[in-house]
Structures are given as C-alpha cells and as structure tokens.
Write a protein that binds this ligand. Structure first.
Ligand code: PAF
Length: 280
C-alpha cells in the first residue's frame, strides 16, 4: 500500500521540501511531464528512483510549446488518476503549478535553441523547442535536481535538452530511457488516446516501417526511406518527415561516416500526429 503523494502548487512550497531533502544529504531526480501518465512515464519515475533517493514529478501542460492551432485545450488531463499512479511507483513529490505560477504576468524571457532543434519537429512545429527549452530550464532551476529523466520517444527533445544543459552549464545530468511500447510496437504516448479503433490498428505500422528503414540503412540498401514513406502513405498516413540523422547532432546522416545514426519520423493518422524513432 502506498500513501498519497504530496503536491506542491507554489515555488515556495517546492523549494521548502527540496531544501529539507538537501539538508539531509539526499539526492534528487526530476521527471518532467505534462500529465495523462502512462506506463512509459511510470518507467521514467522508476528509473529516477533507482538513481536518486527522491523523485519529483512535474505535471504541467505547457502552453508555450503549443501553437494556437494545436491541441493545448484538448490535451488529456487527469490529475487524480496521475496522482494515484505516482503513489504506486514511489514518487516523493508532485510539482503541479498553475499557469500563473509558472508564467506570472509580465513573463518575457525565452530560450531559443538552435543546433539539434533545427529541422524535423523544428520545421513542422517552429514554436515547439523554444517552449520546451524555456519550461525545462525553469523546471531545472525550480527543482534543482541532480538528474532529470527523459524518454527517447521524444528523441529530438532529448537532444535539445542535452544541448541546452551543455551550452548553459546547467548543473544536472540528463538521463534517458528507451521508448516503452505496446506489444504491437506502438510507442506509448498520451496522444494515442486520440486514435479511433481503426487508426489504432494501423498505428503500429509507423514503428515497423522505421525499424525496416533502420535495417535497410545498416545493410547499405538504397531507397529505403522512399520505400518507407510510400508504405506509410499507402496505409493512410500523411508523413511530415521520415529521415535518417546523426544520432547526436541530428544533422543529416553522412554515408560511411561511422557515426551512430537514428531514424526519426512524424506522421498523421487522421487528426492524430504520431512521432517515433529507432537507432540504425
Ligand atoms: O515531453 C513532455 O512531456 C514535455 O515536452 C515536457 C518535457 C514535460 C516539457 O513540457
């Protein structure tokens, strides 16, 4: 049996708890989330607890990473359900500020990442990484953790956050966890809840196709990307991108460079945008 997880809504409350833990010499991990927690998030918390004595999970649907036409309003929210799940995995504190606590009147500072933020998601969601970098920087300074844990599902986000931490000398380590998948290969995502029953049956094809592309790249086969896009389009996806990139810089892959590569894709099924990636 696990008790209720304490909840902080104000920075002052959060800092008081963090100071108490630090005074006792305890290590601290942060798991940033937008709530609507699934098994993938809970694995992030388990990893956080395996690495540190204390784990804080932030729940904040960050308005600045959504464009006006995107799904901020309908993004799934279930705070009571999230709290119950977090109690089961030993989360020590939930940090769930409201919009004004996070972005008080007069808030006017933004972190605009370049480098790995350019292209891919950066091309199709130009507002996205400035929103993510700004909120992650705020979360890192608010919680002041030793580590922050991110999923590889949002691979470009992971690269952008690592780059920001490096560039700004932020005093924490970024730890990643491999994508958690459904048995049929679909990457877990809060947005999977938008899929109709028929779309849900089609959705795992995205993972199968990028895994095929990764195999093709490893075997040095040409045209695998074009074939992958065609297979997705034939199944009803509208592909934003399907690309092979350098796994670290996210620059276009150079044949024979010996660098680690990553296959990344984003595609629409009806009104739902799915992203996924695998190593190649
Ligand atoms: O991956 C997410 O859920 C969000 O982009 C994050 C990192 C919590 C920032 O709002």
């Amino acid at each position: 049996m696990s008790g209720a997880v304490p909840l902080a809504r104000e920075v002052a409350q959060l800092r008081l708890q963090v100071c108490t833990w630090r005074a006792a010499g305890e290590s601290l991990a942060l798991v940033p989330t937008m709530g609507a927690l699934h098994r993938g998030h809970l694995e992030l918390v388990r990893l956080a607890k395996a690495r540190c004595r204390r784990a804080v999970v932030s729940i904040f649907v960050n308005p600045t990473q959504f464009a006006p036409h995107e799904d901020f309003e309908r993004y799934p929210r279930d705070e009571a359900g999230d709290l119950a799940k977090l109690a089961e995995v030993g989360c020590d504190l939930v940090w769930a500020p409201d919009r004004l606590e996070m972005y008080p009147d007069g808030f006017a500072t933004r972190i605009v990442p370049g480098g790995s933020a350019e292209g891919l998601e950066g091309e199709f969601r130009p507002h996205f990484f400035a929103g993510v970098a700004t909120i992650c920087c705020k979360l890192f300074t608010q919680v002041a953790p030793d580590i922050a844990v991110f999923g590889e599902k949002d691979y470009q986000q992971l690269c952008v956050v690592r780059q920001m931490v490096r560039d700004l000398n932020l005093p924490l380590d970024i730890v990643e966890l491999a994508t958690v998948r459904e048995p049929d290969g679909l990457a877990l995502s809060s947005r999977n809840a938008y899929l109709s029953a028929e779309e849900r049956r089609t959705a795992p094809l995205l993972h199968r196709v990028i895994a095929d592309v990764a195999r093709g790249v490893t075997q040095g086969r040409g045209a695998v990307v074009a074939e992958g896009k065609a297979a997705l389009e034939a199944a009803g996806f509208k592909v934003d991108y399907l690309e092979v990139r350098d796994a670290e810089t996210l620059l276009p892959a150079v044949a024979g460079s010996g660098r680690r590569l990553r296959v990344l894709a984003a595609a629409w099924l009806g009104k739902t945008r799915l992203i996924d990636n695998v190593p190649a």
